[in-house]
Design a protein around this ligand. Structure first.
Ligand code: SF4
Length: 476
């Protein structure tokens, strides 16, 4: 293990993650198997799973190198934003980043993406940051995704945001509370966008008014108006990516699925941090092109696609190799999770007002905000996942979330029963924490999934044998 990679106490996890990620520039464009092996052996054991998860399979390798280089550029922009006279704002992954890119002098940094980077790149996998939060006396009912993401900013020197935004008030308390606490602890302003649970036209209209007020508050605070031309530029980029997102969705319907499993993680990061920028368009384009080519040539990693699963909440995110790559090699296709379900209205680019109205619809229907902030959590969650799973031809569902997701855990039994009744899809319920391996280690996860696929999914797919009826009426 290179001791230079060990994070020192008090060091900022965000900066450490960027420094380690820099090694990606040293890798050649056309990585060979030997290069991947060398890269794996160069890093400490926990990071080896990230290296293998991203680089072992040839299709993943090409895309992820391309993607992480672009992402690193964006993270560095965040790091330098203040020096360039911009204000840095922490945002949650339950909110569209493009609204902040539409400001000339605001730069968004998604706290859960920071949490994910630390978990997959830094020594100790974010556990020290979770433990630090517990040491502060915070309750363990917080969401690990954003707690791990925000704690380095409490702990260490380095980057400090100018403000924090949350839109989860009323939809997810664990998320809202850690962002509120960060604002208080760091002494920075917070901007809140509340979502009414009323899903009728009246509720949406109210939300639109809230969003306009929210933009106005950001304008006053940052000292510059959101320019219509800039908003249009960002929204046009956003909608170029939307077209590719729709194509990407359609490609997943093919059997076997031509879209590699790890691309699901890539989409999640793109949507949470990069949407509205050219990078999101370029990476989406490459994912679509590569998947189309695999479809054309019939390429699939395993000998056979044994199961197509829809993840009912969040992908497990602490071990890329153990999760995405392992499932792909086993012939288990990951079709999506809750964060992959987006609703993009037709956009009217004619005025600032019309684009903000479209933006309000996007934010209202944003993953997690839409389901957990719905009139009925259980119904909205079930409806959305059932629709996605059926549309993409799933054979089964797997539940994974963070241990703080009381909303989902509270309604999980209902979800599983109704999913079976409505769509005939069995759901494997796995408790644990997708950001913290100490709850359910990856080996345990794999064992459960393998048994589920062998015993439930494969049996369900196998043609049922008709029982022979003996003379006299009894079955043989
Ligand atoms: S709904 Fe769950 S995963 Fe999403 S922010 Fe809340 S606690 Fe975290």
């Amino acid at each position: 293990m290179d001791k230079g990679f060990v994070m020192r106490e008090g060091e900022n996890g965000f900066e450490r993650a960027i420094a380690i990620l820099e090694m990606i520039y040293k890798l050649p464009d056309n990585l060979s198997e030997e290069d991947v092996e060398a890269a794996k052996n160069f890093v400490f054991p926990e990071l080896q799973h990230t290296v293998i998860g991203l680089l072992e399979l040839p299709a993943d390798r090409e895309l992820e190198l391309f993607f992480f280089r672009l992402l690193l550029g964006i993270l560095k922009e965040a790091q330098n934003a203040q020096a360039e006279g911009k204000k840095l704002v922490f945002i949650p992954f339950t909110f569209p980043p493009e609204i902040f890119y539409a400001f000339d002098n605001i730069f968004p940094l998604c706290t859960e993406i920071v949490g994910g980077l630390i978990t997959n790149i830094c020594y100790g996998q974010g556990e020290r940051f979770w433990d630090f939060a517990m040491g502060l006396g915070l309750p363990d009912s917080l969401c690990s995704a954003n707690t791990i993401g925000t704690m380095p900013f409490f702990m260490g020197p380095g980057l400090r945001a100018d403000a924090i935004v949350y839109n989860s008030a009323g939809s997810c308390n664990p998320n809202a509370k850690i962002h509120a606490f960060a604002s208080d602890y760091l002494g920075i302003p917070q901007f809140i966008l509340e979502k009414p649970v009323d899903e009728s036209a009246r509720g949406r209209e109210l939300y639109f008014e809230y969003l306009k007020r929210f933009v106005q508050e950001l304008e006053e605070w940052s000292g510059s108006e959101m320019r219509e031309e800039r908003l249009r530029e960002v929204m046009e980029k956003s909608y170029q990516a939307v077209e590719l997102y729709n194509e990407f969705w359609e490609l997943k319907k093919a059997r076997p699925c031509p879209v590699p499993n790890i691309f699901s993680m890539t989409l999640l990061v793109l949507r949470s941090q990069c949407w509205g920028r050219q990078e999101a368009v370029d990476v989406m384009q490459k994912m679509v092109d590569m998947s189309k080519e695999r479809l054309r040539t019939g390429e699939y990693t395993a000998d056979e696609e044994l199961a197509r699963v829809y993840i009912t909440y969040i992908y497990w995110l602490f071990d890329f190799a153990g999760y995405f790559t392992w499932m792909e090699k086993e012939g288990i296709t990951i079709l999506g999770d809750i964060l992959a379900i987006h609703y993009f209205p037709e956009m009217d680019f004619s005025s600032k007002e019309s684009m903000l109205r479209g933006m309000a619809d996007i934010a209202f229907d944003y993953p997690m905000t839409r389901q957990m902030g719905g009139e009925s959590i259980s119904m909205r969650w079930l409806d959305d996942v059932a629709w996605a799973a059926q549309d993409l031809g799933a054979d089964a569902c797997i539940f994974g979330g963070v241990h703080a997701c009381k909303h989902t855990l509270g309604t999980a039994a209902y979800f599983r029963r109704e999913m079976m009744k409505r769509a005939g899809l069995p759901t494997l319920m796995l408790t644990g924490d997708v950001f913290d391996k100490r709850h359910t280690p990856m080996e345990m996860f794999q064992e459960e999934v393998k048994t589920f696929v062998d015993q439930v999914v494969a049996k369900k797919k196998a043609p049922r044998k008709r029982k022979k009826v003996q003379a006299g009426g009894g079955a043989e």
